[in-house]
Design a protein around this ligand. Structure first.
Ligand SMILES: NC(=O)c1ccc[n+]([C@@H]2O[C@H](COP(=O)([O-])OP(=O)(O)OC[C@H]3O[C@@H](n4cnc5c(N)ncnc54)[C@H](O)[C@@H]3O)[C@@H](O)[C@H]2O)c1
Length: 338
């Protein structure tokens, strides 16, 4: 390959803006490309995917060039890359980018294992490149409104529900790595504290991997939290409740309605109000935050260390093997295709 591959800091933000590429033209990567194509100060260099039909779909969606290999993208010269390839490839692709001093946003979860995640973090620190992890839920305006509402409050407990139907394509991970990792990150972010105790209950009712998870946590700051997640609900639901000493905050992450109860009186009465919530597309806000960190050299909104910490908790939840659900155990395991 050529010696191109990245632009030096001196070139970042120069005429034409940041040169950005996307790796993986699947569901997430195509969305990254669509959003990046519309951002000011960004030149979307192209998207990489080994599958011609995925390249064609992404090109149609984002109007950008597409490449069959990472090397071809490097040859064009890029300052930053977003990595939305399957999780088991994050490590290899991230290290290849870091070796060329290319700033990276890695989709969640940061890697398949904690060791691989730490490797990426260490390599990025050594090279001095920006590494951000794509915990996009932090950029959901409803989540931002909840975070603001509980700022400075004495948080007591958090409950998060993230349920829905089976994804159209089954990947090789269960609900804990696919879904709960979003909420593990939110619990750590809301409380600004590490999770120190984990009590997972997992079950595989239909899939080979866990498809129901009830996860309980205690943070170092003493907050109790739980996550209820599954792929057995016919509709999507995502909700967050936070109890603090002075407030009870309820947020629906899909309708983006956030309400707080406050002013508790000894007679049991209280006040209630809906909170203002923004309209930003979370992925757009996330990518803007990443590009801002690249341009300024400031710490990114979601650091590699935070991504690894959330992955570590998710993996601890999985250390207890999933049991078949009661009815499945009676009838024998039922597996889904793929
Ligand atoms: N932040 C979120 O809310 C969110 C949501 C979904 C997925 N994700 C994450 O995004 C990543 C991708 O998930 P997805 O749902 O888009 O998967 P996907 O299967 O739709 O897409 C993955 C794409 O990567 C391509 N690919 C395979 N090998 C490659 C390689 N060597 N180089 C480049 N591309 C390669 C595949 O052909 C496919 O097009 C995963 O890490 C997943 O956990 C995050």
């Amino acid at each position: 390959m050529s010696s191109k591959g990245f632009a030096s800091d001196a070139k970042i933000g120069a005429v034409g803006g940041l040169r950005v590429g996307v790796v993986g033209a699947g569901v997430m990567g195509s969305n990254h490309a669509r959003v990046l194509a519309g951002l000011p100060g960004v030149t979307l260099v192209g998207i990489v995917d080994p599958l011609p039909e995925h390249r064609a779909r992404a090109t149609a969606l984002a109007g950008c060039r597409a490449f069959a290999s990472l090397e071809e993208l490097f040859d064009e010269g890029v300052d930053a890359v977003t990595i939305a390839a399957p999780t088991h490839l994050h490590h290899e692709i991230a290290l290849a980018c870091i070796a060329r001093n290319i700033h990276i946003l890695v989709e969640k979860p940061v890697a398949s294992t904690v060791e691989e995640g730490r490797d990426i973090v260490d390599a990025a620190k050594r090279a001095g490149v920006t590494l951000m992890v794509g915990h996009v839920e932090r950029f959901n305006p409803a989540v931002a409104a909840i975070k603001q509402a509980i700022s400075g409050e004495d948080i007591l407990s958090i409950g998060i529900t993230r349920v829905g139907p089976f994804p159209p394509r089954m990947s090789n991970v269960g609900v804990v790595i696919d879904l709960a990792v979003h909420d593990i990150d939110l619990i750590r972010w809301f409380t600004e504290s590490d999770i120190v105790e984990v009590q997972p209950q997992l079950s595989s009712a239909v899939a080979e991997r866990e498809d129901i998870a009830l996860l309980q946590f205690r943070t170092a700051s003493g907050v109790l939290a739980h996550i209820n997640t599954n792929w057995l609900t016919p509709f999507k639901a995502r909700s967050v409740t936070v109890a603090t000493r002075g407030k009870y905050v309820m947020g629906d992450l899909l309708t983006r309605q956030v309400t707080e109860c406050f002013g508790f009186k000894p007679d049991g009465s209280y006040s209630m109000r809906h909170l203002p919530v923004g309209h930003d597309e979370p992925l757009r806000a996330e990518l803007l935050a990443f590009l801002d960190a690249v341009r300024t050299g400031n710490l990114p909104a979601v650091s590699g260390d935070e991504g690894v910490a959330s992955l570590e908790i998710a993996i601890r939840c999985l250390e207890q093997p999933a049991k078949p659900a009661a009815s499945a155990a009676r009838k024998g395991p039922r597996r889904i295709a793929g």
